[in-house]
Design a protein around this ligand. Sequence first.
Ligand code: FES
Length: 94
Amino acid sequence: MSSRSAAEPAPPEADTATHAAGGLGAGVDDPIVCFCNEICLSAIVTALDAGASTLTEIIDATFAGCGACGGSCQPDLEAILEDWYSDEGLPDGP
Ligand code: FES
């Protein structure tokens, strides 16, 4: 019998593996980018689509990057930001 309560969410094992490998989207439709605040890639993309163009604007819009760990996901957020505004962009980018 599990000691986990029904209200407690399951740990994101698959997303953790994707995060650790830096492989956003690798086999996971909507990977978690910020584990502290449980912010998924789709939320980041929504913020970018709404006009966020800096790390601070992404943080303000999503609360990603400002969790208890001190922002260890911020490099990932910056990489997503760079990809979004690169010539190729993310699949849903401009
Ligand atoms: S993982 Fe995003 S702030 Fe900790």
